[in-house]
Design a protein around this ligand. Structure first.
Ligand SMILES: N[C@@H](CCC[C@H](N)C(=O)O)C(=O)O
Length: 374
């Protein structure tokens, strides 16, 4: 008898989702695999992902050939204290996402040193061999008067300075760790400076992302500045096409490409051009690239190729950067709805303080315990 243990966690964009897996209850029980579209794919057992109940992972099973880094995400776990279990190579985590930009959140409050290596983080992010995620986010003790410190490792193991969707997720995670449901804000130290997310009464998170950085050398880019030290509407040839680019740092570097209104952003071959921007020699620290369709002066549609993570469903710092770029190019107002593949963000580049404010959701997906392999 085949036993389906877990229903799949499916999403609107199943191509970005891990497959849900059914595990055998005993060696004599066959397991069925439910694919991301919700269909039972086949019997037998090649364990492919992470949704296996811990109660079912011991003892002889038909899944002994498990190649995966044996991630265990227990949807039934009720724990309210998702602290790192450093013993026995186990790591407790909570998976969150902001508009489908997904992160493995780790409670690292007991130390200022990351509890796992960048390589381990990259393995955890693998959608076939790990939990799956665009990055791992660590909550560390605060420094210099901040409440907490955020560190993030991209899915390729590199460390960026900041993450907009990630910091909304982190604010929700901290509230969970602190056991509070009250609206409040946190001062978070990041490699991009102090960032302040605020939990709103409606469940959204509004983040003061600080001021944009436009000075070419600080972005950084070696492109020739076109206006007051900034790179605005500069020509850049990539993949045989001359693009008009504006470079903005929100702590991390962004290259914004505002398209003609008539060009459908979804017609671009993102997987082909994204890496060519990311690794272009004019961006010495590599770059995140946003391709933008200006639907109106307050409604922008974007797709992103992220440095160290590839095509993601949303990029918070990218949405902030493109509103700044669109204002500088005279294509948009200071307050815009930015439509990303995973949903909308409201972005405002406030004239009074020169800070960019981002408002959007952050949601828990599941909690789990992962085996760590060095
Ligand atoms: N998705 C993030 C940005 C994460 C960091 C980025 N990949 C980089 O390397 O700069 C966001 O929401 O801002």
């Amino acid at each position: 008898m085949a036993t389906v243990v877990h229903a799949p966690l499916t999403g609107r964009l199943s191509g970005f989702r891990t497959n849900a897996v059914a595990a055998p209850a005993s060696s004599s029980t066959k397991c069925s695999i439910v694919n991301a579209s919700g269909k039972i794919g086949f019997s037998g057992c090649t364990l492919k992902s992470n949704l296996v109940s811990p109660s079912l992972r011991t003892g002889p099973t038909a899944c002994s050939s498990v190649r995966v880094a044996a991630m265990v995400a227990d949807l039934k776990t009720k724990s309210t204290a998702p602290e790192v279990a450093a013993s026995e190579n186990l790591l407790r985590f909570v998976k969150y996402h902001g508009l489908g930009n997904d992160f493995i959140l780790v409670d690292n409050r007991k130390s200022s040193t990351l509890c796992i290596s960048p390589e381990q983080a990259a393995t955890l992010c693998d959608r076939n061999f790990g939990v799956g995620g665009d990055g791992v986010i660590f909550v560390l003790p605060g420094v210099n008067g901040s409440d907490y410190t955020m560190r993030i490792i991209n899915s390729d193991g590199s460390e960026p300075e900041m993450c907009g969707n990630g910091i909304r997720c982190m604010a929700k995670f901290i509230a969970e760790l602190e056991g509070t449901t009250e609206p409040r804000s946190y001062k978070i130290d990041t490699l991009a400076g102090l960032i302040v997310p605020e939990l709103m009464p409606d469940g959204q998170v509004c983040v003061d992302m600080g001021p944009p950085i436009l000075e070419a050398k600080q972005v950084p880019t070696t492109l020739e500045p076109t206006r007051d030290g900034a790179v605005i509407k500069a020509p850049l040839v990539v993949a045989g096409r001359s693009w008009s680019v504006t470079c903005v740092s929100m702590g991390n570097p962004h290259c914004v490409v505002l398209l003609d209104a008539s060009e459908d952003v979804y017609s671009l071959p993102l997987a082909e051009i994204g890496p060519l921007f990311e690794k272009n020699e004019v961006f010495p620290a590599r770059i995140n690239t946003e391709f933008v369709q200006v639907l109106s002066s307050s409604h922008l549609r974007m797709r992103v190729w992220e440095r160290g993570a590839g095509p993601t469903l949303a990029c918070g710092t990218g949405a902030c950067a493109l509103v700044v770029a669109a204002v500088l190019e005279g294509r948009a107002e200071r307050s815009c709805l930015v439509e990303l593949p995973g949903g909308p963000l409201q972005i405002e580049w406030r004239e009074s303080d020169n800070h960019v404010y981002m408002t959007g959701p952050a949601q828990i997906a599941f909690r789990g315990t992962a085996y760590l392999y060095s």
